[in-house]
Design a binder for this molecule. Structure first.
Ligand code: ADP
Length: 281
């Protein structure tokens, strides 16, 4: 077991009183497993990633990575968010190298280690197709290229776990498919344990070993579904496959179940009598 979450819950206290973002949640993630988290907006998916990354504390519960409690951010966890956060004044190569420069400052890496790390940066730049743009500034790149640079930067520290929060959400459809293919290629080779937040059920099924479906806020796990078709077979054509469509319908039905209860609640609250219910299943 790579990651273990036990009783992890989160509440925020604000001017409107207490907001329960996440109900107590248990989750075990195996080494090399790729899990997508899907659920309605505001159900606590990002909050959960922040807690696993050690960026904010859980209100209750514990997160363990390889049996050690996660108490703050560290190099063993790589992060990639929708809003890319490249430094605009650094070149692509300097951006990708940046986490290692921080590590150098801490560990005073020797010359051999520095050469090894420089080779790793260059290898990643080639792998994500940015070698020819290594000296460009982020503003000179397209959105997809910037996200590829951010992905390379997330991987450069050789993290044990990769956490991604709608990383391709701002990209156009074609670039998004290209990024999915690239990510599939990377995870097949490196087998990095991954938690991936997405709104896109197709994307979740294309990439994951398991899809975890959350309820509306306060988020709780409605279902944890193993993806049954072989990853080697995955590509955009798979979206037409019957097994794929079956799992997609199953997940959408869980998400629509929420819409149905919301519609029923609205009828009760507002006396609406003819609101069509979403979905037929
Ligand atoms: P998701 O990623 O599923 O869209 P979030 O994890 O961003 O959901 O948010 C879950 C809930 O917690 C939301 O209701 C949100 O308003 C609330 N929330 C998130 N961050 C904070 C915060 N820093 N302070 C107060 N409430 C927050």
């Amino acid at each position: 077991m790579k990651l273990s979450l036990r009783g992890v819950a989160k509440s925020y206290c604000g001017r409107r009183g207490e907001t329960v973002a996440l109900c107590p949640l248990d989750m075990v993630v195996r080494e090399g497993e790729f899990i997508s988290l899907v659920g309605p907006s505001g159900c606590g998916k990002s909050t959960l990633l922040h807690i696993v990354a050690g960026l904010e504390p859980a209100t209750t519960g514990t997160v363990e990575l390889d049996g050690e409690r996660v108490l703050g951010p560290g190099a063993e966890i790589g992060l990639l968010f929708q809003q890319q956060t490249l430094f605009p004044w650094l070149s692509v190569r300097e951006n990708v190298r940046f986490p290692l420069t921080l590590a150098h400052a801490r560990a005073r890496a020797g010359a051999v280690e520095r050469d090894r790390q420089a080779a790793r940066v260059d290898g990643l730049l080639r792998l994500v197709g940015l070698w020819d743009f290594r000296d460009s500034l982020p503003a000179e790149l397209s959105g997809g290229m910037q996200q590829r640079a951010a992905l390379a930067r997330a991987l450069v520290g050789q993290p044990e776990v990769l956490l991604m929060d709608e990383p391709f959400g701002a990209l156009d459809a074609q670039t998004r498919e290209d990024m999915q293919e690239l990510l599939l290629h990377l995870i097949q080779h490196h087998r990095i344990t991954t938690l991936f937040v997405t709104h896109d059920v197709d994307e979740a099924l294309l990439l994951s070993d398991r899809v975890v479906v959350f309820s509306e806020r306060p988020g709780r796990v409605l279902a944890s579904l193993d993806v049954t078709f072989a990853r080697q077979a995955r590509s955009s054509e798979l979206k037409l496959d019957e097994a794929f469509l079956h799992q997609k319908r199953e997940i959408l039905a869980l998400l629509r179940g929420r819409a149905r209860t919301e519609a029923q609640r609205d009828r009760l609250l507002f006396g609406l009598t003819n609101t069509p219910l979403e979905g037929g299943s």
